[in-house]
Design a binder for this molecule. Structure first.
Ligand code: UD1
Length: 354
């Protein structure tokens, strides 16, 4: 069996790593990188640190407006898919790379599987929400990370093509956590118990007034805040004349994955607008404060480990200091073996009906 995985952005490289491992020796697995992320710290470092070979194909599309970027990927993917005619095109998450590969696959009548299907923010202003809804409805097989995601898929009439596999990011996280605990990597700021912060979503970066308010709320925190600055954040701050480094905040480059996990483990909490990091904080049992009005990972909030501040930025500094929530009694993100289930489903069924 031949499977093409299409990835392009940082969180997709993390998701690819356990899936690649689970498919090794069981299928011919071709990895296509769209080039949506291209900086060493946003791309190559993940392949190196997570023990993955270089992608088989790199389309080197780079940055651009949503339509131009997605369209360029779509056009570049078509000949690759035509050449290989895979049994499955496997797409991950909710980025423009995900949507481009989904449309390319559907146009060529190639079976499409969507990993991390069924997540919903119900916020149509987010580019990720369009990407994931359109991809789920294009897919022949929806591989869902949680029971809540399965519920959304059923509600949208997609139950007969959906399978609950668990969350593959949990697989990677547990493996890397154990490695990091055994041999902790050095962090750029030594060993203080900082708050780890990431802000990169368009909703927070692209409106200067909003960005200023977010940075000011981080500056007010009563302990060091290590802001791991995505290139989009740096560029937006520079454009708007906003100084990121103020009050409690010091600015650092994005961290490679093992260092990020070490930083969260060592830190006293997380402030983020990333999806993955909310879940990582929960799984590492660090309190998370999310700078968004809603989340797709609702289990983190229901369990008390994550608080959404949304527009109530004045509450951020206090939210960061709250005490840990009670130990969860369930495993909403699976047991760390989701990727093996993904491989089983792709290789042996249940197969979609066209
Ligand atoms: C993308 C995803 C988002 C995901 C995030 C992970 C979409 C719509 N969004 O957002 O869901 O959470 O990746 O990081 O696909 N840039 C660089 N170097 C890079 C990559 C980006 O400098 O290697 C800069 C460019 O100025 C670019 C900007 O960051 O225009 C935004 O990059 P883009 O890929 O469009 O979206 P992200 O914000 O990274």
């Amino acid at each position: 069996m031949k499977i093409i995985s299409v990835v392009g952005a940082r969180p997709q490289f993390v998701k690819l790593s356990p899936v690649s491992r689970a498919l090794a020796g069981r299928a011919e697995h071709i990895v296509v990188h769209t080039g949506q992320h291209y900086d060493d710290l946003m791309s190559d470092v993940f392949f190196r640190d997570l023990g993955m070979p270089e992608p088989d194909v790199n389309l080197a599309i780079g940055s651009g407006a949503h339509g131009a970027q997605t369209g360029a990927m779509l056009a570049a993917l078509e000949p690759v898919f035509e050449q290989h005619r895979p049994d499955w095109v496997l797409v991950y998450g909710d980025t423009n790379s995900t949507l481009a590969a989904s449309v390319a696959a559907v146009k060529l009548h190639l079976p499409l599987a969507h990993l991390e299907a069924g997540l919903r923010s119900f916020n149509r202003a987010m580019p990720e929400e369009h990407n994931r809804v359109l991809t789920d409805h294009a897919a022949d097989l929806c591989l869902a990370p949680t029971a809540v995601a399965m519920g959304h898929l059923a509600h949208e009439g997609l139950a007969d093509r959906s399978v609950l596999v668990g969350d593959v990011m949990t697989d990677v996280l547990y493996a890397v956590r154990d490695r990091v605990l055994a041999a902790p990597p050095a962090l750029p700021w030594g060993d203080d118990r900082s708050v780890i912060a990431t802000i990169h979503r368009a909703e927070n970066t692209d409106d200067p007034q909003r960005l200023r308010a977010v940075i000011e709320s981080l500056a007010d925190v009563d302990r060091p805040v290590r802001l791991l600055a995505h290139p989009r954040l740096r560029a937006a701050a520079e454009r708007a004349g906003i100084t990121l480094e103020q009050g409690a905040v010091t600015v650092h480059d994005p961290l490679p994955y093992p260092e990020l996990i070490a930083a969260v483990l060592q830190g006293s909490g997380v402030v983020t607008d990333s999806g993955g990091l909310q879940k990582e904080a929960y799984l590492l049992r660090r309190m998370c404060t999310t700078v968004r009005p809603e989340t797709e990972w609702v289990e983190t909030v229901d369990s008390g480990w994550n608080v959404l501040v949304g527009n109530a930025l004045g509450e951020l500094a206090v939210a960061v200091t709250r005490a840990p929530a009670p130990e969860p009694t369930d495993q909403p993100y699976g047991d760390g073996h989701a990727a093996e289930r993904v491989a089983d489903v792709l290789l042996t069924g249940p197969h979609p009906v066209r």
